[in-house]
Design a protein around this ligand. Structure first.
Ligand code: UDP
Length: 239
């Protein structure tokens, strides 16, 4: 990781689960406020931050398709759910005095711009936070894969994946007290050992393009700022 200069431009992936706080569904305003404050501090340091927002707190396509719903339709519902989270984050960021734009892969011009990569870069250069919603706009993908794709397309130097644990372990640290944390991994190890970093599509996209992934504890005090600065933390997956 780059200690002094930071990553310069990053994509921060926020799971829908985080937005729900302790609840199963919906949005915990306290959590979103905390995320917005942290992102505001990062932007104040001059780092360009784009955010990809998940939707697991609203709707998960795979769960509904297991109940018989057509997978494509269920996934579109999932993508629409992410946009609700985007607007919540946008509101809290703007109240922090941060300029923002939401760009969605599914057109909804009253609430968001269309995803236009070069415009997104322009916003970032002006110090705005760009919030990407509606995933890739295509079923059978995830917002983790979206984070990797957007990072590559807008020239971000890393995908920062905020999670509920402080890195990647060889087994579930909540269940196994002797689980061992990795400081660094390579992509192949993640894929062959089936480690829970991001889904395989996202990891292989990062692998093919040498894009680093930093997995870190999203809610630990000061972590978002440290992550965007490029400080050593959590687990880094890199070439
Ligand atoms: N989704 C999709 N295509 C995408 C991104 C998301 O179909 O490119 C759907 C999918 O149904 C997924 C839901 O949107 O379950 C919410 O996204 P995700 O599960 O990635 O959210 P997170 O786990 O980060 O909360």
């Amino acid at each position: 990781a780059m200690h002094d200069s930071g990553w310069g431009r990053v994509v921060l992936k926020l799971s829908g689960e985080a937005f729900a706080g302790g609840e199963d569904l919906g949005i915990d305003a306290g959590v979103v406020e905390y995320l917005a404050e942290s992102i505001a501090s990062a932007v104040a340091e001059g780092i360009e931050v784009a955010v990809v927002v998940g939707g697991g707190n609203m709707f998960r396509g795979s769960a509904m398709s297991e109940r018989g719903m057509e997978r494509g339709r269920a996934d579109y519902m999932g993508m629409l759910g992410t946009v609700i989270n985007c607007l919540a984050l946008q509101d809290f960021l703007e109240r922090q005095g941060v300029e923002t734009r939401v760009q969605t892969s599914i057109h909804m011009s009253q609430v968001a711009e269309a995803y236009i990569p070069r415009r997104a870069v322009r916003h970032l250069q002006k110090g705005r936070v760009v919030i990407f919603g509606a995933g890739l706009g295509a079923p059978f993908f995830s917002t983790d894969t979206t984070a990797a794709q957007r990072a590559l397309e807008i020239g971000a130097k890393a995908v920062l994946k905020g999670t509920q644990v402080d890195g990647v372990y060889d087994s579930d640290p909540h269940r196994n007290p002797s689980a061992v944390k990795f400081d660094r991994l390579d992509y192949n190890e993640v894929l062959t050992r089936g480690l829970k970093v991001m889904d395989a599509t996202a990891v292989s996209l990062c692998m093919d393009n040498g894009l680093p992934i930093v997995v870190f504890d999203l809610m630990a005090e000061g972590n978002i700022v440290r992550a965007v600065r490029g400080e050593k933390m959590g687990t880094i997956v890199c070439p």
